[in-house]
Ligand binder design. Structure first.
Ligand code: PLP
Length: 388
């Protein structure tokens, strides 16, 4: 059989065995509507509340502060739109974020800007970090919410969330963080870190696609996201995604336990990849600072290489990875994240993101190191701009 290496865990993850087996009864046996009063309905309700408890425990939050959503994108939308619309009436129409957030935040901010909100996009430095001073200096008496991602999805850089939380608390501004990539890689304590709202996505932590959660600190007003039934305390109507909610509970429990060991194992593989690639492949560079950085993330640019061609060649060798360019509307756009850290277009186009997790092995690393230099050589030999 051909070798297969999945190194795109920042895009999505496999459903873990324990998660899978925990979900199954809720598809086949305990399929009752959680709002029904007979026993399989009550069983379903109990399981949802147990999952809520598990998600809350993983963040040091209260179960009543957790709302289940359809995905991380929905959680981001809900947090920003709810606070913005609620506080606009009080004359607060200013939002602070960064220029390298996920599009779930950036496009939501663009939408709110069209509604009259003023948005400050803090620029990250060339290593992919912002400082808490930048946040402090940007806050005005009109600021409704600060939304800063915990860790970047493309380059893995981790932001000073506790410092920003302390500043927002002091300034009485609501602080939201998109922690979709950080869950399972960093220990999060919403109370100690003064986080008011936090977004989670299930499919990044071995739960299925189509389930997420939003943490909302008690006292922060949350507007209805979907009008309908009384689900999610009247705020998000619609019969609950029972099996996936159960899955998210188990996945959160596993992701937030044993972080240190997992991070150590994964970071070792990542560092071996980075060291070896930079040593053996000329004109390659690491994008984003090395510390603090997600244990599983590496993002490397290769001069005179085109990202999509690189991904296709790697796919032919059985390696799944991502690149910093995305083919949208027929044009090959370089990633806004790589542009934000100051990479020239042509370098940003030739970038490769490998994202590892605890399912990866040393053999996976060996295999990537075996095939990657050859793939780069082939692409450079075909490149009109490669000068050797
Ligand atoms: N935020 C970040 C940082 C992400 O990496 C992603 C997904 O890649 C999302 C939000 C969106 O999550 P979902 O795919 O669950 O909508």
């Amino acid at each position: 059989m051909n070798k297969f290496v999945y190194a795109d865990n920042a895009a999505t993850t496999n459903v873990g065995d324990s998660v899978y087996y925990a979900m199954l009864p809720y598809l086949k046996d305990f399929y009752g509507n959680p709002s029904s009063i007979y026993s399989i309905g009550r069983e379903a309700r109990k399981s949802i509340e147990l999952a809520r408890q598990k998600v809350a425990t993983g963040l040091n939050a209260e179960p009543a502060e957790i709302y289940f959503t359809g995905c991380g994108t929905e959680s981001d939308n809900w947090a920003l739109k709810s606070v913005a619309h609620d506080l606009k009436a009080k004359g607060k129409n200013h939002i602070i974020t960064t220029n390298f957030e996920h599009h779930a935040i950036l496009h939501t901010c663009e939408k709110l800007a069209k509604e009259g909100f003023e948005v400050t996009y803090l620029p990250v430095d060339n290593d992919g970090y912002i400082t808490s001073e930048q946040v402090l200096n940007a806050i005005t008496d009109k600021t409704a919410i600060v939304s800063i991602m915990y860790a970047n999805n493309e380059i893995g850089t981790i932001q000073p969330i506790s410092e920003i939380g302390a500043i927002c608390k002091d300034k009485k501004v609501i602080f939201h963080t998109d922690a979709v990539q950080a869950i399972g890689s960093v220990a999060i304590d919403v109370k100690a870190q003064n986080i008011d709202m936090l977004s989670i996505s299930g499919h990044k932590i071995h739960a299925p696609k189509g389930i997420g959660a939003l943490y909302v600190r008690k006292g922060v007003r949350l507007t209805n996201f979907i009008d309908g039934g009384a689900q999610e305390r009247n705020k998000r109507g619609g019969t609950e995604n029972l099996a996936s909610i159960v899955a998210l509970g188990v996945a959160m429990e596993e992701a937030t336990n044993g972080i240190e060991e997992r991070v150590q194992k994964v970071a070792k593989m990542r560092d071996r990849l980075i060291d070896s690639i930079l040593k053996t492949i000329p004109k390659s560079r690491l994008n984003g600072g090395i510390s603090p950085r997600l244990a599983g993330n590496l993002n490397i640019s290769f001069e005179a290489v085109e990202g999509e061609a690189l991904l296709l060649r790697l796919d032919m060798m059985g390696v799944c990875a991502s690149s910093g360019s995305a083919c949208t509307s027929g044009a090959l756009d370089p990633s806004h994240v790589l542009m934000a850290i100051g990479l020239p277009h042509e370098i940003a186009h030739g970038s490769l993101r490998l994202s590892l997790n605890e399912y990866n092995t040393d053999e996976d690393v060996d295999y990537i190191l075996e095939v990657l230099p050859g793939v780069i050589d082939i692409l450079r030999a075909m490149s009109p701009i490669w000068e050797g």
